[in-house]
Every structure is written in structure tokens, then in C-alpha cells.
Design a protein around this ligand. Sequence first.
Ligand code: GLY
Length: 563
Amino acid sequence: MKKNIILLFVLLLFFQCKLKSTPEIVKTGLIADSAMVVSARQEASSIGISILKKGGNAFDAMIATDLALVVAYPFAGNIGGGGFTVYRTNDGKIGSFDYREKAPLAATKDMYLDENGDVIPNKSILGAMAIGVPGTVAGLFMIHKKFGTLPFSELIQPAIDLAKKGVIVTKRQEKGMNKYRKFFKEANQRIIFLDKYWKEGDTIKYLKLAKTFERIRDNGRDEFYKGRTADILVNYVQKLGGIITKEDLEKYEAKERNPIVFNYKNTRIISMPPPSSGGICIAQILKSIEPFKIGQYRHNSVKYIQLITEAERRVYADRAYFLGDPDFNDIPINILSSAAYNNKRMQDFSWSQATNSSDVSHGNIEIIESNQTTHYSIIDQFGNAISVTNTLNGAFGSKVFVEEGGFFLNNEMDDLSAKSGEPNMFGLTGTKVNSIEPEKRMLSSMTPTIVEQNGKLKMVLGSPGGSTIITSVLQNILNVIEYDMGMQESVSQTRFHHQWMPDEIKFESNFDTISFTELRKMGYKINQSDSKILGKVDAILVLPDGRLEGGADPRGDDKAVGF
Ligand code: GLY
């Protein structure tokens, strides 16, 4: 009897310790038979699904979801920013849309430097000079023209209705709005979020935004780029000292681009090409680790962290040197994403000692030449899949809020390299390839991605998080492909990140610290204080029986809705 009590006590103690060190993970997400939308807000996911239920396809749902996010998630959902969409139709055709912002025509290489050639703090981050020419509206209309089946007016109407009815403030939103209050105040603007101290449960109506949407509904794409909204935007930005002109807006064009496509073991991965670094970097990291039996290492173990970190270190060094707008540079995409190149890059990696980032530079390639964001995933009842990542860059972008238009403008200019080798707000550096030039698209980390297995759709995923987008997407691909996790289980796992410079591994605040001593002994620097969370992945997995499982990241208010 006494023995049994002691055993019970030991077991209780064991479970208590286990509970303490292992963050609770929700294992199974929403399961649906035919269609699903997973986005940063329930309102947007539900609107996307309502379009599918009306008979629209994934592209129709994408447009409606996107516009709903402008209302329900102004933190990143936008018409004043830009983004990327990767798609795979039900007959296996793939493609991507690039509606990334562009540098204004009046932009100059040194526009963020003082007379000594030093970067002026915050000039590329806060206020009117930080704004790139927005691309979202052009992107939505391009996608609608190519694939839409319902009239645009029907796709924008739910967002108009939502803006008029208002959106209920969540706890996270309350915190976010209050955190950025001081920046809104400094900018001396009449922003809706300054009207009062909004609290969880309050309803905010976005009436000016509703009016802008009505004008876009009635006048189409040109309303934003040539019409009254263009006038409102340009006048406001110029009043605040910005350089965007009507000509900038008139000249803006979204583009279709060939996605980055590569194989990892028995999967085929389709992701965003430059001006995003996402697809190439994911390809490079996966090619670097493919020769190793990573699935046999314990998930998030020392060996696992070490291998991924060493691959990321080398790949982000290449990112800084080789990547930028493909319309301005020849980018050696095929070499960078080849197995041979990346295996060579990993040759000097040692299991017993961290490589120093200062000893790692970009790889040698002979170039033959005449010389904060939101993600959502959609699968429709017809089998079309879309992966969309949109951004204002920082939270609420430049914090410039076009008062009469009711929307925020991006601070995407910070994603261009203000000065060679100087880190931007994500600590990323760049060189000439990503230097400032008029009409250049800034290098991005957004990684909207689609995974196929055995020729069939397997997964749709992506994330916000600046430079940590790539590594968040990577870890979710590995969770599913190497560790056989379900979608919700995968997105709920704790994450880590390395980006060459600064030379440190960032861990989420609830990452199990057990491996840190061993990693430190080998020379790895650990940073667990800067980032409470890394990425916020919204994803869909096609289950073996054809049903869909949503992964809505518990790090946010994200929600999967399906039928
Ligand atoms: N603005 C974040 C990114 O595009 O990477």
C-alpha cells in the first residue's frame, strides 16, 4: 500500500513537471469536407467562406477575404500596402501574382542618409517618407480579371457591410492599438484608434473606409490609381512631406511571375519568386538539409536546431548579397536553389562547434550576364488552392492613416537597403541589388507556399513576421513532411530562427530551454527575450481521405472556417 502511494506521488510529480515544461498544444484543427479559409480574423475567414458557398471559387474568396481583412485586421490587412499570391488550380496549373509596393519615382539611393552618410533613424520606418507605392488594389483586380467568376462588386460588398456594421475589438487588438497609440499621436493625425481608449468587446465602425470601398466598387481599379481616392492619398501624403505623386500611382502595375518550384524528398514545393526572397530561401534551406536524416532527430532537439541554424546562417548571407527586384537585377535563381550549390555551402559545417556568422559570406557564383504582414490560405470546393501574404510591413505600416480614405499606408521602403550593410528594422542587410532606385520593388521575405505530394495538393501555408516568415514556413513544412504532424499540431509548435546577422538563435519565449546549455557550449548565442512569438502561420492540410484540416495559429486571433 505504502509502495503504491509513493508510486502515485512520483507519477504525479512527473506529470506536473511535464506539464510545466511542455506548452499545451491543440492537436487537431477544424476538419472540413470540401473547402476552407484560414486567416487572421474570424470575420474575414467567414466572409471568404460565404463567397465559396455562393458558388464562387478560391480566387473570388481571396478577394473578399483580403478586403475583409482591411476592415477586421488593419494591423496588416491593407489597400495601402502590397503582397504576393501563389496559386495552384484544380488541374495542377501554378502561378503567382506580385503586387509588391514600388519605390516612388522621386526616390533616390541616399534618401535615408544624413550629410555624413549615416542612416537617419526611423526615416524609412515612420511617416510619409517611408511609404512605397501601394500595389494591393492592382493585385486584386488582376487576379479577378484572370480567375474571378463573380462580379467584383459582389466580392467587395461584404467588406463594405462589415465596415459599416463594425468589428468587435479582441483582447489582442486592444493591446496592439494601445501599444502604437504614442506613434499615432506623434504623427498628429486623426486616426480612428485615437477616438477613445478602445477596449475588448467594443465595436469599431470604419465608415470612411466603407466609402472608399464603395468608390472602388463603383469605379473599379482606376478609382485607387487615378480617381478621387488617388487624389486623397497623394494630397495627404504630400501634406505630410512625402514624395508619392499621381504619376507614381498611375504607373503602378501588378505582375504575374513564375513561381519558384523545387522538390524536397517526395514533395514538390511551389513558392514566391523575387522580389520575394521567400521561395529561394526555403528552397536553399531545404536543399541544404535534404542529405541529412532530419526526421530521425528528435523534433526541436539540439541536432535539429543546429542543422537548421547552420543552413539558415548560410542562406541568409546569400539573401543579403544576391536577392532583390528581378526587374532590376539578374538573379541566379537556378544556381542558388540547386542541391549542388547548397551542399557545397554546408561542407564546412561541424556538429561540434557553431560556425561564426562573421566567417560566413555569400557563396561564390559566377554570374553569367551581359552583366509585421498577414497570411491566409484557401482551398475551395473545386480543389483550387491559394496562398496569400499581404503586408503594410510594420504594424499599421508607416502609421500614416489617410484620414479621408480611412486606411493606413505601408512603410515598405524600409525593406530596401538604405545603405549597404546597414540592418533594417528586421536586422536584415542588403547590398546594391536591393539598393533604392525609382520604381524598384523592395526585397521581401513573404513566403506564400503550396506543397504537393505524389502530384496532389498536400498543404497551403504562409506566415507574417518579417525575416522570420521564411523560417516559420520552413519549420511547418518539416513538421508535416518529416514528423507527420497534423496541421493544427504543426502550427502550434514552438519555433526558433537564425538569419546570419545578428549571429544568434532567436527562440520563442515558451520554447523548451532544455537544449540551450548544450548549444551555448558549442558557441551558439541564444536570444529568448526579443521575440515572444515568431511568425503566425495559417495553413490547410489535405488529409489522406481528401478532407481538409485547418491550422489557425494560436499566437493570434486566427480562425479556420470551412464546410
Ligand atoms: N515587409 C515584410 C516583408 O515583405 O518581408
